[in-house]
Design a binder for this molecule. Structure first.
Ligand code: ADP
Ligand code: MG
Length: 240
């Protein structure tokens, strides 16, 4: 129940962040405006590039925010998802980092299937992995493990990165909470919201300077509980 309260307060806080959005989105848009003014004076490609990347950032913040605050608006349906396959495809996106970060996979022998929204789940795995890579300043390792434990599928992502100070752990998932210069603070908000919508649980353990572990627990889809296909469980009962 603690965890649910935790998630609920996260979701509730989403309703209070209009000021945050205005602030966060205003900055990149203001720089775009400035760059465009410079463009009028002297046409240089780098200004165009900067303007375009600032616009991308603003758009991505808004997209994340919309997905998190109005998850029912996306038209994605629930499907059986082969976790292993999707994880492989996400890891592949970080190929350019593998020269410095080793990725160690320990996947269950059998195909583990979860029931969910594929794109949202992939985005959540991507956000978790991206954080793991970003937490490792030089060389390090990311361990990705999935296995069946009882009636659950347990997915663990552990990194040997900088870790999270204990007093910052309660902040995780709060929209716009970021310790990075270029961070949006929307990654874990998307992760927490997606995990919650899927009737899954997430837990984090971290030691400052000693790395971070995120654990996600999905309910197993079996012949007996296939009625779980009617997920999302409690989410639609008025918690937006
Ligand atoms: P962003 O990555 O844009 O900062 P996130 O919501 O993805 O936003 O993460 C919020 C913050 O949580 C990060 O800025 C970082 O301080 C912390 N964090 C998340 N994952 C990790 C990790 N694996 N290791 C260390 N810190 C992390
Ligand atoms: Mg992130």
């Amino acid at each position: 129940a603690d965890e649910t309260d935790h998630t609920l307060s996260r979701l509730a806080s989403i309703g209070q962040i209009s000021a945050g959005i205005a602030h966060e989105v205003k900055n990149p848009l203001t720089s775009v405006k400035g760059f465009l003014q410079l463009l009028q004076e002297e046409t240089k490609h780098s200004y165009l590039d900067l303007a375009s990347s600032e616009l991308d950032r603003a758009i991505s913040i808004l997209q994340n925010l919309l997905q998190v605050s109005k998850p029912d608006l996306d038209d994605e349906s629930y499907n059986s998802i082969n976790l292993c396959l999707e994880l492989e495809s996400i890891i592949y996106l970080f190929q350019d980092q593998l020269y410095r970060v080793r990725v160690e996979k320990k996947f269950a022998d059998t195909d583990l299937v979860v029931y969910g929204k594929k794109n949202q789940l992939k985005k959540a795995f991507f956000n978790l992995l991206k954080n793991a890579f970003e937490a490792i300043p030089g060389e390090g390792t990311i361990y990705i493990e999935h296995k069946q434990v009882g009636n659950s599928i347990l997915l663990t992502i552990r990194d040997t990165g900088v870790g999270i100070p204990e007093d910052k752990i309660p902040m995780l998932g709060t929209p716009f909470f970021s310790t990075k210069d270029e961070g949006t603070g929307m990654g874990l908000t998307q992760v927490f919201s997606t995990i919650y919508q899927h009737g899954a649980k997430i837990d984090v353990k971290s030691v400052e300077g000693g790395g971070t572990t995120f654990m996600v627990e999905f309910p197993m889809i079996t012949k007996d509980n296939i009625e779980l296909r009617d997920l999302p469980l409690h989410y639609e009962e008025g918690q937006t």
